[in-house]
Structures are given as structure tokens and as C-alpha cells.
Design a protein around this ligand. Structure first.
Ligand code: C2E
Ligand code: CA
Ligand code: CA
Ligand code: CA
Length: 277
């Protein structure tokens, strides 16, 4: 048992060292990514089920590394969070998204909100309201065109502080939505304290909704809950016409997913807007 214990320990240490090496490597590479022009935002349409029109988009970050190829955010966001790089990277994301939304508004295109994902770890290092308001001022974007997507776990970090933060953002008209709704472990009672605009139903429920009645039940319940609390509700991960039909039948307000459109570069998204969608 002793030998087994030690070899297990050695194996664990080796695995950990390799993991640490990979992290350091990614971290070193990530450090220069923004300056090297390797970061890109893609924009995925959010569509009204009532009108079929694009009403907004979500900005999704991509990292194109010359040797590693395109690294998925699921892989590099945790590295950015652990290393503190999340702060300058989020700064780049928010500035780029705001400038892009402002350019679309200035070009006279239809009203299109842009949503930015907020990382939980980032919030330990900076004041979300001050940062957001500062960036709106710097970029000149109308606050009503900006949406922040936050997860339940992020909100649960420090409820008192988040209530104050949300109030400051709501005062100027910034939109707030709760991302991945239904996957966190927080109690529902927090919903009454937060005047968010939108609940975003997690794609895992949408994916299984056609084959598993429990998931359909959850989707219906979230829609009813959101509407009773006067929130709008959007479903993510909508991939088929069947998803779309069922969500419409249940009164969902908006959809986002491959069925209507994948995340695309700014120029392609703008072409979608110009084509009258
Ligand atoms: P998320 O915020 O839940 O974003 C939704 C993810 O689902 C995106 O993955 C999107 O490309 C993908 N998706 C959209 N429609 C469909 C669909 O119909 N089917 C399927 N299977 N997937 C769909 P992506 O772009 O790889 O981003 C993954 C996660 O990385 C995001 O999850 C978000 O948590 C994080 N992330 C992305 N960009 C940023 C960013 O700028 N800042 C921060 N802090 N996190 C980001
Ligand atoms: Ca999101
Ligand atoms: Ca999500
Ligand atoms: Ca997610």
C-alpha cells in the first residue's frame, strides 16, 4: 500500500508538472496575444421569435495562435483568470465590442445590442460598474446598446456588492443577463434582489428538450419564472427548426444558436444586418 501510495503520488506530481508547464507556456503566449493582433471577437446573432429579426448579438472571443492554431476560450479563459491576464484581455474585449456596436449604430443599422461575457475571477480584481461606465465614456457607445452576461456563481460571490453594482449599471441603462441559467447551484431567492433584464436558458436544457421530457419541463418552468418576474428570456444552443418551434410554443422571447447563425466576424455580422434580417 505504501509503494502504491508513493507511486501514485509521483504520478500525480509528474502530471501536475506537465499541467503546470502547459499552463506557463499558454500563459506566456497569451501575454502577448492582444498586442500581436491574435485576438478576435466573433458575433453571434440573437433573434426575436416574435419578428424573426436580429435584435442583438453576443461577442465571443477567439485566440488565433500562429503555431497552436485557434485556441478555444474554454481552454484559455481559465489560464487568463489564474494568471491575472483576464483583466487586460477583458479590457480589450469590452473596448472592441463597444467600438463595434458604436460603429454599427453610427452607420444607421438597425438597433443591435452587443453582449459581453464577464468572468467571475475578473470581478475579484476590478470594480465592474466603474470599469464598464469608464469604457462607455471612452468609446461613446449608448449604454442601452451594451449587455453584460453574468453567471449565477459570479453573482453569488458577494451579493451585497453585486446588488450595488447592478444598480449603478441599471441607472445608466446597461442591460444585464444571467447566463447559463439553471446550471448553477445558487438558490432562486437571489433573483428577487437583482433587477436583471434577461435570463438565458442554458444550452444543455435546449439540447435535450426534444428527447427528454424533464428538460422540456425545465425550459417551460424557466420561461414562466422569467416572465412572472418581468424578465425577458432567451434560449441558447438552438440548433434546429424543432427547437425553435417548441421554444416559440412555450413563449420564449429570443433565440441564439447555430439554427439561425454561428458566431461570425464583424464584417459578416454586418452583412447579415444589411441583408435586412
Ligand atoms: P457561453 O457564454 O455560454 O457561450 C455560448 C457558447 O456556445 C459559445 O462557445 C458559442 O459559440 C456556443 N454556441 C452558440 N450556439 C451554439 C449552438 O447552437 N450549438 C452549440 N453546440 N454551441 C453553440 P464559445 O464561443 O466556444 O465560448 C465558450 C465559453 O467561453 C462561453 O460560454 C463563455 O463562458 C466563454 N467566453 C467566450 N468569450 C468570452 C469573453 O470574451 N470573455 C469571457 N470572460 N468569457 C468568454
Ligand atoms: Ca454567454
Ligand atoms: Ca451560456
Ligand atoms: Ca457556458
Amino acid at each position: 500500500a505504501k509503494v502504491l501510495g508513493r507511486s501514485t503520488y509521483v504520478g500525480f506530481t509528474q502530471a501536475m508538472n506537465q499541467e503546470t508547464r502547459q499552463r506557463v507556456d499558454l500563459e506566456t503566449q497569451l501575454r502577448g496575444a492582444a498586442a500581436a493582433g491574435q485576438l478576435q471577437l466573433l458575433y453571434q446573432p440573437k433573434v426575436s421569435l416574435a419578428t424573426g429579426a436580429i435584435v442583438g448579438c453576443e461577442a465571443l472571443l477567439r485566440w488565433h495562435h500562429p503555431l497552436l492554431g485557434t485556441v478555444s476560450p474554454a481552454r484559455f479563459i481559465p489560464v487568463a483568470e489564474d494568471s491575472g491576464l483576464i483583466v487586460p484581455i477583458s479590457d480589450w474585449v469590452l473596448r472592441t465590442a463597444c467600438l463595434q456596436a458604436r460603429a454599427w449604430a453610427d452607420a444607421g443599422l438597425q438597433r443591435t445590442t452587443v453582449a459581453v461575457n464577464i468572468s467571475a475571477r475578473q470581478l475579484l480584481q476590478q470594480d465592474l460598474a466603474a470599469w464598464t461606465l469608464g469604457m462607455l465614456q471612452e468609446t461613446g457607445l449608448a449604454p442601452g446598446l451594451l449587455e453584460l452576461e453574468l453567471t449565477e456563481s459570479l453573482i453569488a460571490q458577494d451579493v451585497e456588492k453585486m446588488i450595488a453594482t447592478f444598480e449603478r449599471l441599471k441607472q445608466v441603462g446597461v442591460r444585464l443577463s444571467i447566463d447559463d441559467f439553471g446550471t448553477g447551484y445558487s438558490s432562486l431567492s437571489y433573483l428577487k434582489h437583482f433587477r436583471v433584464d434577461t435570463l438565458k436558458i442554458d444550452q444543455s436544457f435546449v439540447r435535450n428538450m426534444l428527447t427528454q421530457s424533464e428538460d422540456e419541463t425545465i425550459v417551460r418552468a424557466v420561461i414562466a419564472l422569467a416572465h412572472n418576474l418581468k424578465f425577458k428570456v432567451i434560449a441558447e444552443g438552438v440548433e434546429t427548426a424543432e427547437h425553435c418551434q417548441l421554444l416559440r410554443a412555450h413563449g420564449c422571447d429570443e433565440i441564439q444558436g447555430y439554427y439561425f447563425g454561428k458566431p461570425v466576424p464583424a464584417a459578416e455580422f454586418e452583412a447579415l444586418l444589411r441583408s435586412g434580417k
